[in-house]
Write a protein that binds this ligand. Structure first.
Ligand SMILES: C[S@@+](CC[C@H](N)C(=O)[O-])C[C@H]1O[C@@H](n2cnc3c(N)ncnc32)[C@H](O)[C@@H]1O
Length: 342
């Protein structure tokens, strides 16, 4: 039976912190082995679980013990293991599943760039290109198809989970066209079109991403008649005139890319068009440990950053947009409502 001190003294806590990689690796291993999927509501012995996921029982017990210390699974007095709220989130069929996000945050490429964090902090730029010899998204889509698949599934999970919140927040009652720039596989766009039957929409993202667009948006899909899908690079051009431009979780890369993308929005948009930028902020969120970790990962892979309220405001103002209301979308995201001036 595993017992854990919830508030360990500083030397113990620091020893735990420097073993953060073991913790991330243990979650990743449990996901890849399918442990959470094999366990249902009935506690199971390690032998039965090991048989179900095809591992050695004694090493599976060691993995489960390490995870139970973190509150992922729990060990009962009789030696059986059961789900906790957190371990349930690793199941593929959980409605709030974080399975793909857990895989994404621990993908193989991440293990090669974390050791260079000191170099990235020293230089202020990404180290990904030193290690992999090309830009991050180029590497992902051209050289690491499995990782690209995990990325797209992780983005789909977080898009699906936040799409309803975005649809609830945005007032699109008198709007006839919307474009989602860097809109991934189009879940936010699909939610908006489902909610507003008068709306037509455009999804713009990189070629490798839009080719796997949400089936509702593709030929034969329920919303296909109201959708245009564009494979392109928003830093090069945004060839779409629309009433509303949505840019969600995209402007977290390097500043030059942000400048170019926003300049392209301004070049494409009519005066009076709305530009809605949605981001996780690092200074205004209940999930500071997650957002600040993502902020460092963004530095490593694209030389990017999660924004503070002020840094986002500065970039939008520099692009010549007029910022209106800034409001929370949910516990993790904020929307900056902007207008293209006349
Ligand atoms: C963090 S994801 C956000 C996806 C989606 N907007 C959401 O919030 O769920 C960033 C997206 O930007 C896209 N992206 C990256 N570089 C891009 C570029 N140069 N032009 C267009 N899209 C790009 C990625 O393919 C990815 O879908």
């Amino acid at each position: 039976m595993t017992t854990v001190d919830q508030a360990p003294p500083p030397p113990m806590r620091l020893r735990e912190l420097v073993f953060g990689a073991a913790c991330a690796a243990a979650v990743r291993a449990a996901v890849r082995l399918g442990v959470a999927d094999a366990l249902d509501d009935t506690p199971m012995t390690v032998d039965d679980l090991a048989a179900a996921v095809k591992t050695e029982p004694h090493t599976l017990r060691r993995l489960l013990r390490a995870l139970s210390c973190q509150g992922v699974f729990t060990e009962h007095a009789d030696g059986t293991f059961a789900h906790t709220e957190m371990s349930r989130l690793l199941r593929e069929d959980d409605p709030h599943s974080l399975r793909w996000i857990a895989l994404w945050c621990t993908e193989p490429w991440t293990w090669n760039v974390w050791p260079l964090l000191d170099e990235a902090v020293r230089s202020g730029r990404n180290v990904f290109e030193d290690v992999y010899d090309r830009e991050f998204f180029e590497y992902l889509n051209e050289a690491a198809p499995e990782s690209a698949h995990v990325f797209n599934r992780a983005m789909t999970t977080s898009s699906e989970q936040s799409a309803r919140d975005v649809a609830r927040l945005l007032d699109l009652g008198d709007v006839s066209s919307v474009v989602d720039i860097g809109g991934g596989q189009g879940h936010v766009l699909a939610s908006l079109l489902e909610k507003h039957p008068q709306l037509t929409g455009t999804l713009l993202d990189l070629p490798g991403v839009v080719e796997n667009a949400d089936p509702r948006l593709r030929e034969g899909g329920a919303l296909a008649g109201r959708v245009q899908v564009i494979a392109g690079d928003c830093r090069e051009t945004i060839p779409v005139t629309a009433d509303v431009y949505i840019i969600k979780n995209v402007l977290e890369w390097d500043d030059d890319s942000t400048r170019r993308a926003l300049a392209n929005v301004r070049a494409a948009a009519r005066p009076g068009a709305r530009v809605v930028v949605i981001e996780n902020l690092v200074d205004d969120t209940p999930s500071m440990r997650f957002t600040t970790a993502m902020d460092l990962l963004l530095l490593l892979n694209v030389g990017g950053a999660k924004h503070t309220r002020q840094s986002m405001t500065d970039r939008l103002t520099a692009a010549g947009l007029v910022i209106g209301e800034i409001s929370p979308v949910n516990a993790y995201l904020h929307a900056f409502e902007c207008t293209v001036p006349g």
